[in-house]
Design a protein around this ligand. Structure first.
Ligand code: AMP
Length: 179
């Protein structure tokens, strides 16, 4: 863990109460992307881990996972795999439904984008209850890859998503906050 980056992120992340709805403490990652120093450091830190552990592909969860995941993939010269919401990908897809607070949602990935030889690092901005991350792991597992791990910027630790995910997958984050 990079203590200096953690402290810096905790100091700089803007938290907006009651956005987009009442009761949500919204962690605004534009406080990272607005800063050339923070954005670079965050992307470098994830890239360092990705390189050291020889991941072959970086996957990002729509939409904020695209911002950081694609930057990491570009830096390392790796493919970037978008995990998208239902109906956005034109090719053959694998699908995974998951529960939201109200109702269901579905994520999809192109079948041809990942093979059974791949080690996939899934990147997202934040883990809260872990529902999205769990669905992403199930989705990629359907293709039968060699390894899946997660890298998040922010872990809302008291919502216990990371605790649940860590029973089956390695999950790292750059800072923790209360949700
Ligand atoms: P969950 O499935 O509950 O782990 O929620 C994770 C997803 O919801 C991530 O893709 C986040 O972008 C978004 N999200 C959930 N809670 C927050 C929050 N407090 N601030 C910003 N984004 C959030």
């Amino acid at each position: 863990m990079n203590k200096k980056l953690k402290d810096n992120l905790e100091k700089k992340i803007r938290v907006i109460p009651n956005f987009p709805k009442k009761g949500i403490q919204f962690q605004d990652i534009t406080s990272i992307t607005d800063s050339k120093q923070l954005f670079t450091e965050v992307v470098n830190e994830i890239s360092k881990y990705c390189k050291k552990n020889k991941f072959t592909k970086v996957a990002g969860i729509e939409a904020r996972g695209f911002i950081f995941g694609s930057a990491v993939a570009y830096k390392l010269g790796l493919p970037f795999i978008p995990i998208r919401k239902k109906g956005k990908l034109p090719g053959k897809v694998v699908k995974q439904k998951y529960k939201l607070e109200y109702g269901m949602d579905e994520i999809q990935v192109h079948k041809h984008s990942i093979t059974s030889k791949d080690k996939v690092l899934i990147v997202d901005d934040l883990i809260a209850t872990g529902g999205t991350a769990k669905a992403a792991a199930k989705l990629i597992s359907k293709i039968g890859v060699k390894k899946i791990e997660f890298f998040m910027i922010i872990d809302l630790w008291n919502l216990e998503g990371s605790k649940k995910i860590s029973k089956s997958y390695q999950i790292r984050s750059l800072m923790k906050a209360e949700g």
